[in-house]
Ligand binder design. Structure first.
Ligand code: UGA
Length: 429
């Protein structure tokens, strides 16, 4: 099938490569010609394990890139919209890119098309997209618009595309749902077909639930710390109950990234616009913000005022296996420390090139050991595997102080204490 994917960010590019891998002829369209040139050369603009290999396998065979939306649409039967939908601090989504693409598709129509919305859009946006296309559809070609939300995680996006837990298709016409079902058939995944608005809501509901689990466990972690319980075992004990499940119960610095915080704010806003108060969702966001304040207080209690102190920060990305710093709690905490006059020596296996501009005043080390040199405290902020396997005695020998703040509960507290660290985890000491 001739397919076109508009937008080559995380979701778009993974979708391009994944659909090409399923044997389709795919054209990736991006408005940014520099980005297109990069992709044509086989350069991936961000770090995502396995993506380059997949793109390389299909590039110049059944995967190509262009900045010409019209050409992409004309040569395709199915068009995926995967452009960004950033939201402002009030949760209001900027839908200008989606609108522009919808109108552009309408102008380029040369036959019947199916438009598949992968971008996370407010509930009801599918209707608007259909309207914008219809405005330009002067020759009245049959066009269907379906919602097909994406559930891939950064860091395991390729795996998530090729082995999804489920595929949600929100369609108003059964033939549109059947078309998309057929396209995904090689994945042999469970498919749920709903109406369009329900599918749009499933996306928000899923991310909101994951965020709720994280804030729930973080709030309990603080309580565990106060009453002498151990959060890791509490989470395991809860997770063994299949009704609860163990995923997304790792206490830490809180959730970040380009999706969970943004989608939570958008959902709160949507509730308000519909005359409802989203009390639980607001609390989830609040708990997430408090987590960083709490961390700052714990650190200050251990080493005193931060001015003039040297802090070794291990991990800046919002989670491992990505260089994404968007709404990263690790980055926000580090910025707080710098503002308080601390000297920061940071190390992240992938995110340092992007972090330099965002952390003026910090110095960047070539590995964890160099970051630990002369540090009063060591802070582990992202659960990269290499931090799990660090040579702790070597780290300790490099440091001036002995405080170890384990913001992701990565290091065994007993081992750390035996080595002479003053250990502080999240809900376990
Ligand atoms: C999230 C969803 O998991 C995907 O299903 C969805 O497709 C994606 O958003 C999206 O909307 O595009 P992602 O942003 O890649 O994916 O991040 P997650 O892996 O879900 O992690 C989110 C944050 O929660 C991270 O900061 C992570 O460190 C934190 N987290 C996660 C915890 O603190 N504890 C946990 O137990 C799990």
């Amino acid at each position: 099938m001739g397919l076109c994917v508009v937008g080559t960010g995380y979701v778009g590019l993974v979708t391009c490569a994944g659909l090409a891998d399923l044997g389709n002829q795919v054209i990736g369209v991006d408005a940014n010609p520099e980005k297109v040139a990069q992709l044509q050369r086989g350069e991936i603009p961000f770090y995502e394990p396995g993506l380059k290999e997949l793109v390389d396998r299909h590039r110049d065979r059944n995967l190509s890139f262009t900045s010409d939306l019209k050409a992409g649409v004309e040569r395709s039967e199915v068009i995926f919209i995967a452009v960004g939908t950033p939201v402002d601090e009030h949760g209001e989504a900027d839908l200008s890119a989606v609108r522009a693409v919808a109108s552009g598709i309408g102008r380029a129509l040369n036959g019947a098309k199916l438009v598949v919305v992968k971008s996370t859009v407010p509930v009801g946006m599918g209707d608007l997209i259909l309207g914008l296309i219809a405005e330009q559809n002067t020759r009245h070609f049959p066009v269907g618009v379906v919602s097909n939300p994406e559930f891939l995680r950064e860091g395991s996006a390729v795996h998530d595309f090729l082995q999804p837990d489920r595929i949600v298709i929100g369609a108003e016409r059964s033939e549109d749902a059947d078309r998309l079902r057929e396209l995904y058939q090689p994945l042999q995944a469970e498919v749920l077909v709903t109406n369009r608005r329900t599918a749009e809501m499933i996306k928000y509901a899923s991310n909101a639930f994951l965020a709720t689990k994280v804030s729930f466990i973080n709030e309990l972690a603080r309580l565990c710390g106060a009453v002498g319980a151990e959060i890791g075992a509490v989470a395991r004990g809860m997770g063994m109950d299949h009704r609860i499940g163990g995923a997304y119960l790792n206490a830490g610095l809180g959730f970040g990234g380009s999706c969970l915080p943004k989608d939570m704010r958008a959902l709160v806003r949507a509730a308000e616009q519909n005359g409802q108060e989203a009390r639980l969702l607001k609390a989830v966001l609040e708990v997430n913000q408090q987590q960083l304040l709490w961390l700052g207080q714990r650190l200050a209690a251990l080493i005193g005022p931060l001015a003039g102190k040297t802090l070794a920060v291990l991990g800046l990305a919002f989670k491992p296996e990505t260089d994404d710093l968007r709404e990263s709690p690790a980055l926000a905490a580090t910025q707080q420390f710098l503002a308080q006059g601390a000297r920061v020596q940071a190390y992240d296996p992938a995110a340092m090139p992007k972090a330099r501009a965002l952390l003026p005043g910090a110095s960047f080390a070539q590995d964890a050991y160099a970051a630990a040199e002369g540090a009063d405290a060591l802070l582990v902020f992202t659960e990269w595997n290499e931090f799990k396997e660090m040579d702790l005695p070597r780290i300790k020998a490099k440091m001036r102080g002995s405080v170890l703040v384990d913001g992701r509960n990565l290091i065994d507290p007993i081992r750390a204490k035996t080595l002479g660290f003053t250990y502080c985890g999240v809900g376990r000491d």
